[in-house]
Design a protein around this ligand. Structure first.
Ligand code: CA
Ligand code: CA
Length: 277
């Protein structure tokens, strides 16, 4: 009987300690992608949706921010957090700015769903922001009314202009039901190249959160494979490979946009680069 009780106590301790590993929402987009557990919806169906933007100058912190697309016809583009568990004292906090000069006005709404991350379920309006300033501005929405609920929070870009809305450092409640290890490792992948644009050679850098099989391949804009840079098992950490702008046959490729894709069994990332001869 004593041992049964001890086992029960141990189980309770394990459950409590796994709860203690909960992760609060704190997303700076430094993985270079909108994380997998977020949702983007191109509700205006113009083929453009939220993505990430690489620029020290235009990030609030770090090198990356989230970026709403633009359309002269008007955006209806949604950036939605993972499911979150609201506790007492929680708020949604993020930083936003417009990209361009004052004639490009950026507008967004902040909405909440207590069910699923689908547009029709975002029935609670937390804020309506018009004419976002051209410097990063902090927006905060207390969630006191939703304590004990699991929620999704959305930033709906509704600008009607030809420029971007930038969002960075989204902070909020505990992320619900996430396998902490998988989530952390997935967001840790990084892929960049420098310089970009380039004319002679560029250096591609990537970060692996663990030892794994990797393939790094360059495609032209039509999706044709131009050059395989690496393939095989690699160690965790940062790797750098330079590309001399030549294809698999040693022939220099033409000026233009190229894609480079990092493939692993855990994640695929594709980025663009430009060669100017
Ligand atoms: Ca950032
Ligand atoms: Ca769109």
């Amino acid at each position: 009987m004593y041992y049964k009780t001890l086992a029960l106590v141990l189980v309770i301790v394990l459950v409590v300690s796994s709860n203690a590993m909960a992760v609060q929402l704190d997303e700076g987009f430094e993985g270079g992608v909108i994380p997998d557990n977020w949702t983007v919806i191109d509700n205006d169906q113009d083929g453009r949706e939220w993505d990430t933007f690489h620029s020290n100058q235009y990030a609030h912190t770090g090198e990356w921010s989230a970026r709403a697309p633009w359309s002269f016809e008007g955006d209806d583009d949604w950036l939605i957090t993972p499911q979150l568990i609201v506790a007492s004292g929680d708020s949604l906090i993020f930083w936003a700015r417009r990209f361009g000069t004052p004639q490009f006005v950026e507008d967004f709404n902040v909405l909440l769903s207590t069910t699923t991350p689908e547009v029709l379920n975002f029935t609670e309006i937390l804020g309506e922001v018009r004419d976002v300033p051209g410097v990063y501005t902090e927006y905060e929405y207390p969630l006191d009314e939703y304590v004990g609920y699991t929620v999704y929070l959305a930033i709906q870009c509704i600008s009607v202009d030809g420029n971007y809305l930038l969002v960075d450092d989204v902070i909020g409640p505990e992320i619900s039901g996430v396998c902490v290890e998988e989530n952390v490792s997935s967001s840790l992948f990084k892929l960049n190249n420098y310089p970009n644009p380039f004319n002679y050679s560029t250096s591609i850098q990537y970060f692996l959160p663990g030892n794994m099989n990797v393939e790094l391949v360059i495609y032209n804009i039509k999706g044709r494979r131009m050059r395989k840079l690496t393939s095989g098992k690699e160690l965790a950490g940062t790797h750098t490979i330079s590309w001399n702008g030549k294809d698999d046959f040693g022939v220099p490729v033409a000026s233009g946009i190229y894609l480079y894709k990092l493939s692993t069994n855990k994640k695929e990332i594709t980025k663009k680069m430009v060669i100017l001869r």
